[in-house]
Design a protein around this ligand. Structure first.
Ligand code: MG
Length: 253
C-alpha cells in the first residue's frame, strides 16, 4: 500500500470528455448514410441520435456481461435498424455497415476543444493526471494515442483492468492507489452524470460535469452542487490552480 502523497490529481473520463465521441459518431453515420440508399431519407441528426441510443444499449449489455465484447458491434447495427423501424439487417448487411462506419469513425478521432491544452497546463502546474474509462484496454489506449493525450496522462485505468465498470467506486480507487493520493485531493471530470458524477461522489472525489451544451454553471446532483463546464479550459478555474501555482518556483523571486 502506497502512503498518501501531497500531489493533486485530476482523473478524466475518455469518451465524450477528452475524446470527441460525438464528432466521430457524426462522421461515421454520415459515411454510412452516403453509402446506404435506404438511409438517405433520414436526417443526419436523427440517425446519429438513433445510433447513439443503440450504441449505449449494446454497451450497457456488455458492461452487465449479458453479451461478449466481440458481439457488441453487430448488436449496435441490429438495434439501430430496429430503432429506425427497419427490417433486421442480414449478416452481410452488418458487415457492409461496419465497412462504412469503422474507417470514418477512426479517421475522424479528435480531442474535445481545449482538452490537449488543458492537460498540458495542468501538468505544468504539477498535477498528476489519469484517464478512468469504461472499455477495453487496447481500444482506449489506441483512442488516447490518436487524440494526442496518451503521453500527457500518468496512467489509463479501464473497466477491463478494474473488473467492474463505472460507476462502481473500485475503478476510481484503483486509479488513486496508483498515485497513493487521498480521494479528497482528487477530481473526476466526466460527461456522464451516472458513471462519472455518481461514481466519483461514491468514491469520495470532487466532481466536475463536462457538458458542452449546458446553460448552467453548476447542478444539484445526488445532493451535491457539482460545477458544470462547457469547455475544457474552464476546468482551470475550478481546480486549485492558485494554491498549486504558489508551490512552483517563481521567476520573479
Ligand atoms: Mg463519457
Amino acid at each position: 500500500m502506497t502512503s498518501p502523497c501531497s500531489c493533486k490529481v485530476v482523473l478524466f473520463d475518455l469518451d465524450g470528455t477528452l475524446f470527441d465521441h460525438h464528432h466521430s459518431l457524426a462522421c461515421a453515420i454520415s459515411a454510412v448514410r452516403d453509402g446506404w440508399p435506404g438511409l438517405s431519407t433520414y436526417s443526419l441528426d436523427h440517425l446519429v441520435d438513433r445510433y447513439n441510443a443503440a450504441l449505449q444499449e449494446a454497451y450497457d449489455m456488455y458492461l452487465r456481461k449479458e453479451i461478449a465484447y466481440e458481439d457488441t458491434n453487430a448488436l449496435k447495427v441490429k438495434l439501430f435498424f430496429t430503432l429506425l423501424g427497419l427490417t433486421k439487417p442480414s449478416q452481410d448487411e452488418i458487415i457492409q455497415f461496419r465497412a462504412l462506419y469503422k474507417p470514418a469513425y477512426r479517421s475522424s478521432r479528435r480531442g474535445t476543444p481545449g482538452a490537449v491544452e488543458t492537460l498540458i497546463r495542468l501538468r505544468e502546474l504539477g498535477y498528476r493526471l489519469a484517464i478512468v474509462t469504461n472499455g477495453q484496454i487496447d481500444d482506449q489506449n489506441d483512442k488516447a494515442q490518436d487524440i494526442g493525450v496518451h503521453h500527457l496522462v500518468d496512467r489509463i485505468v479501464t473497466s477491463e483492468e478494474a473488473g467492474r465498470p463505472k460507476p462502481d467506486p473500485s475503478i476510481f480507487q484503483l486509479a488513486l492507489e496508483g498515485f497513493g493520493t487521498l480521494p479528497d485531493e482528487a477530481f473526476i471530470v466526466g460527461d456522464s452524470v451516472e458513471s462519472d458524477i455518481r461514481g466519483g461522489l461514491d468514491a469520495g472525489l470532487k466532481t466536475i460535469l463536462y457538458t458542452p451544451s449546458a446553460q448552467d454553471s453548476q447542478r444539484l446532483l445526488f445532493g451535491v452542487q457539482v460545477p458544470v463546464i462547457r469547455h475544457m479550459s474552464e476546468l482551470l478555474g475550478y481546480v486549485d490552480v492558485a494554491e498549486t501555482h504558489t508551490t512552483a518556483p517563481s521567476v520573479l523571486a
